[in-house]
Design a protein around this ligand. Sequence first.
Ligand code: AMP
Length: 288
Amino acid sequence: MLRIALPNKGRLAQDTRELFNDAGLEVRALSDRALTASLGGEFEAIFVRAQDIPEFVSDGAADVGITGLDLVAESDRALERRLDLGFGRCRLVVAARDESKVATLDDLCDGTRVATAFPGLTRRFFEAKEKKVEIVPVSGAAEIAPHLGIADVIVDLVSTGSTLKTNGLREVETVMGSTAHLVVAERRQGWTPDKERALDELVMALESVLRGRGQRYLMANVPRTKLEQVKEIIPGLNGPTIIDILNGGTYVAVHAVVPAASIYRTIAALKALGGAGILVTRIERLMQ
Ligand code: AMP
């Protein structure tokens, strides 16, 4: 059995569950409040707080964990980052009050009070910058601390930036960027080859879903005479697949995997070459 620690609530929980579902590892929980669930095959999930996951994985209470890179860094545990899952994107930043004179870190004097729910990361960040600050640990809502007069600046997570803005704060510097990651212990004592293989299979399954999400499968009928130009527009994974069409006349079908982000441009370019019958579908999994 490979025991996987998944976030039980918060920003990462829903995206994680969707990713596992898409990878065919559906959560088969007995109830919504179940703390463990089978994911099918040799995979078992335990649902815990995202901030506890680094510790659980490094202690061996779980074999694998899904959590934010910010929490991994804060824990300072010896964890290997096996896969960037791309969601839960945010930045840990130093922020000051709008009206403060702090524009860069150089403006922070010794003894500056920093409110944060990330005391470890914050301490290490300022030590590396050779700044002597006083950490004011809070468990959340650090944004209020400068207004209460208990801190001069904060170190907090930012996604859209609207929370900072609403609370009259502005970013001064980025400490780190973060996304959800799949992590395992660096030293996996007692792991059998079967367990390592199960981990590789899990990583491959999730990776193939993530890769597929950023791509689309495109099919179009194009004039045979335009194939050279079509190849420029849709190189695909190994060049497009060209298929004869029964009674297609001067037209052939081309199939290719194309980046989802630029699909509209690709379609417009194909149409300009006389492309017709253009079809775009999602890709469930993409192995390389
Ligand atoms: P925003 O207003 O979008 O910048 O979000 C900021 C608020 O959401 C802060 O309270 C953060 O602590 C929290 N937050 C933003 N992104 C994340 C994340 N990926 N994981 C956990 N908390 C986050």
